[in-house]
Design a protein around this ligand. Structure first.
Ligand code: LLP
Length: 433
């Protein structure tokens, strides 16, 4: 199985976090997002323990909550000693409503409006990751109005290709995010930050991309080389010492059996050694290092259950199984061609003789969850499970075709509870006047 939390019980049913998925589908209805709370906590601890050991005090992880944002996830992050990365007033409001200690949050985004900045400050966001000089000025203006200094990191683009899919590669020179080092513009960015008294510059941020399989450590080591050299050059010229280096998120997860494993603690250890050697070589202090994992915290803690409906065979062409959700709850195949593992929850012991495109109920042909899946004798009423859906599924879900979003059901210690209830038709109508 692609993750240890997936199994099969004596009845031949698929289990998730040790619980029978057919039972859960009956109890909560479908489509439903399941989330394995213990797995989320386990993934958090992989980071917090390895970072504490390898980097020491002041370093840490901020969960990139764009991967899955709902109140309960922020409570889990607070309990696990994680900071959070927030990218919109909506995520800020959700974290605050959950009682998350906002001083441990960072506010990101390539286009924060004046209203966003004011709201984030009033909600007590700890650190802003500034994306441009004009944004620095806007943060300075709001901080001055409130008579305070706002902690900031500067988002820089180190010019690295992480060899992931184009839509999630963010650290290249021509990215819409941040300010490029290669073009010389990053220096002016730092100067501007140092000159604005409403800002307390902590250091620099970069994020090279998402779903990165960095088995040799090269992507993060390359980013570290560039960021540390830049910090050294700035320190020599302006005397500014980088206190924090935020190296972003991005470790990849296993969606299918053919995806590799990433040994996150080993990678973090190797990166710490690399950064220490660089600091020594450049004659600068080792910074506190922050990470922003999203996908690798929640992806393998998620599974979506659907009920199969129409089964259609077109002899000589292809076969389809339609499910009761689709691109409205998981747009990732439609957007990125993402691979997923699809299992027939009640037929785990049976051999598959045929292949099917597993498609959704939305009114377009691009509404595909996963093409070409081997499934044993699918029937109307079967429960199909899509694995590794904990990241960027609920958070990217829409009401396309006026389809209500599924609930999030948390699984923990053999129990289950609803963290986000199923949207109703009334919810769908609630904004219409
Ligand atoms: N930090 C920053 C600044 C980011 O932009 C991102 C992701 C992360 C951290 C977290 O990266 P992760 O650990 O999750 O790889 N919707 C796409 C993914 C977009 C990622 C955007 N940024 C998908 O479904 O694959």
């Amino acid at each position: 199985m692609i993750c240890e939390n997936i199994g099969v019980n004596d009845a031949g049913h698929l289990t998730f976090a040790g619980q029978d998925t057919l039972f859960l589908a009956r109890q909560y209805g479908t489509p439903v997002y399941l989330m394995d709370e213990e797995r989320i906590r386990y993934n958090c601890r992989l980071y917090t323990q390895a970072i504490a050991e390898a980097f020491g005090p002041g370093s840490g992880a901020h969960y990139a909550s764009k991967a899955a944002s709902f109140k309960h996830i922020y409570r889990i992050m607070a309990q696990e000693g994680m900071g959070v990365d927030l990218v919109s007033p909506g995520e800020i409001a959700t974290a605050a409503a959950a009682g998350f200690p906002m001083e441990h949050s960072c506010f990101h985004g390539n286009n924060k409006t004046d209203w966003d900045i004011a709201y984030a400050m009033d909600m007590g966001v700890g650190c802003f990751v500034a994306d441009s000089i004009t944004e620095l000025e806007a943060i300075h203006a709001q901080a001055s109005k409130r008579g305070r200094r706002q902690k900031v990191l500067l988002r820089l683009t180190p010019g690295i290709d992480p060899h992931t899919y184009e839509a999630v590669a963010t650290g290249k020179v021509d990215s819409k995010f941040g300010v490029a080092i290669e073009t010389g513009q990053a220096e002016g960015f730092v100067k501007a930050a140092l000159e604005l008294p409403g800002l307390e510059l902590l250091g620099y941020h970069c994020h090279v991309g998402s779903q990165v399989f960095d088995s040799e450590g090269s992507v993060y080591h390359d980013a570290a080389d560039i960021m540390m050299a830049f910090a050294g050059a700035i320190q020599a010229k302006y005397g500014f010492r980088m206190e924090v280096l935020d190296i972003g998120g991005g470790y990849g997860v296993r969606y299918t059996e053919s995806d590799p494993y990433v040994d996150i603690p080993a990678n973090l250890n190797a990166l710490a050694a690399h950064l220490r050697a660089l600091a020594q070589k450049l004659g600068i202090a080792m910074p506190k290092v922050w990470f922003e994992p999203g996908r690798s915290i929640v992806a393998d803690a998620g599974m979506t259950l659907y009920t199969a409906g129409t089964v259609k065979r077109i002899p000589g062409y292809k076969n389809y199984v339609s499910v009761d959700g689709g691109m409205s709850d998981n747009p990732r195949f439609a957007l990125y061609g993402s691979a997923y593992t699809v299992l027939s929850a009640g037929r785990m012991g049976q051999q598959a003789q045929e292949r099917f495109d597993v498609v959704g109920r939305c009114c377009e042909s691009g509404d595909v969850i996963q093409p070409d899946v081997a499934l044993p004798q699918p029937q109307r009423g079967d429960i199909l499970a899509v694995c590794t859906t904990g990241a960027y599924n609920y958070s990217m879900a829409s009401n396309y075709n006026r389809i209500p979003r599924p609930p999030i059901v948390m699984l923990s210690g053999g129990e289950s509870y609803v963290a986000v209830r199923r949207e109703t038709l009334e919810d769908l109508l609630s904004c219409d006047v």
